[in-house]
Design a binder for this molecule. Structure first.
Ligand code: FE2
Length: 386
């Protein structure tokens, strides 16, 4: 008996040594005081008040530790919390879907919409998030004199959330970037590896996220810190070159290969290059083209840049895929974020979505550089928002 126990202990020790030597540190999902504190700090920025009614929107596939951390933090702050937990719906897509920001978990269920409309704050712990969910506009109209605000907690391990607790100073920076984008006619993106992309922003719809939401009707997510625009139809033309180290967040993968994308009239018409990254991108797009009979999944969804100095480009390498959703990489300061898929402003609807943050790009807004070779130009967005 003793022999067996020793054997087990030894085996366990070897297993642990093996994992550590591979650089894999196992993260446990449980309530930790420091994570509770991070949730409380973030909810304080959302101005959670005692006796506010807060809805926790969850689904059967939600990361339970975040749901529990949210509930406990909110209760600690004196809020009145209730949870709406829905079954995660069946897949109706030809391929796995990731990071769309458009959960279909509510399925337009009227009692759910009615309950959420009457909450002061909705904490969105759905896997994909409510940002582009079809029910969101109706929910945000509110009811019975209440207008809710919605705060999405990205499906990340709490350690990622702890590292990216929102910085209140980001609000002014993001607001300034949004203002600048709204006044811009033309975005020009270039890079030393060959990107040369022209984006017309006239009639684009601009958005931005600084990582907390304090006012009724607002929507935000954690981690935050980016500004973006959904261009109107027929706005994007040129060459986009993705280099090793750039990221495909749908695949949660750093590229090892170089991918040359030719974009005409919003749509990727050629994917050139060699290697598995190129093949995977082609095959995922093809799944949507085959299923939908059009190329909307290959067309531009949104363009923008990261503004959060606390968000790390290299963060994803520290986590197992199941531990992260990659929202941090959408926000790292100085990235160029190009995304393909649904774009309501251009009248395109698809569930195929790529978020592609890139390093070392230069971004000019009406000939003024705001990002140069992957670095935010100092002073452009820092002044107080007006
Ligand atoms: Fe996106």
């Amino acid at each position: 008996m003793k022999f067996h126990i020793n054997l087990l202990e030894e085996f366990g020790a070897h297993l642990l040594t093996g994992l550590v030597s591979q650089g894999i540190e196992m993260l446990i999902e449980q309530i930790e005081h420091r994570w509770l504190a991070a949730f409380e700090r973030t909810f304080a920025l959302c101005k959670v008040q005692p006796n506010e009614v807060v809805a926790l929107l969850t689904e059967s596939q939600s990361r339970r530790v975040n749901v529990d951390l949210a509930r406990l933090a909110l209760q600690q702050m004196g809020a009145k919390v209730f949870e709406v937990c829905l079954p995660t719906p069946a897949l109706n897509a030809p391929a796995p879907i990731r990071s769309t920001g458009a959960t279909d978990v509510i399925q337009n269920l009227a009692p759910v919409v009615a309950a959420l409309q009457r909450a002061h704050l909705i904490i969105d712990c759905t896997v994909e998030g409510m940002l582009h969910a079809p029910e969101l506009p109706t929910i945000l109209k509110g009811a019975d004199g209440v207008v809710p605000r919605l705060f999405m907690i990205s499906n990340e391990h709490p350690e990622i959330l702890e590292r990216t607790v929102p910085n209140p100073a980001l609000e002014a920076v993001v607001r300034n970037a949004m203002k600048k984008l709204r006044g811009t006619q033309h975005m020009h993106v270039t890079s030393k590896v060959g990107t040369d992309l022209n984006i017309q922003l006239k009639s684009a719809v601009v958005g931005g996220v600084w990582g907390f939401c304090a006012k009724p009707g607002m929507v935000s997510h954690w981690p935050g810190g980016l500004a973006l625009a959904f261009p109107a139809a027929g706005s994007v033309n040129g060459i986009l070159v993705m280099a090793p180290g750039d990221v495909n967040l749908t695949f949660k993968r750093y590229l090892r290969d170089t991918i040359h994308l030719t974009i005409e009239n919003d749509t990727i018409v050629r994917i050139e290059g060699q290697g598995v990254d190129v093949d995977m991108m082609r095959s995922y797009y093809q799944a949507w083209i085959d299923k939908e009979g059009h190329r909307d999944a290959c067309a531009v969804s949104h363009v923008g840049f990261g503004l959060n100095p606390a968000a790390r480009w290299d963060a994803m390498t520290f986590y197992d895929k199941r531990d992260c959703n990659g929202t941090e990489l959408r926000a790292f300061a100085g990235n160029f974020l190009y995304s393909t898929g649904a774009n309501e402003v251009a009248g395109r609807h698809t569930l195929g979505h790529f978020d592609l943050p890139m390093r070392h790009c230069s971004i000019a807004l009406d000939d003024q550089f705001v990002v140069q070779e992957g670095e935010l130009v100092k002073g452009v967005f820092e002044s107080a928002a007006s």
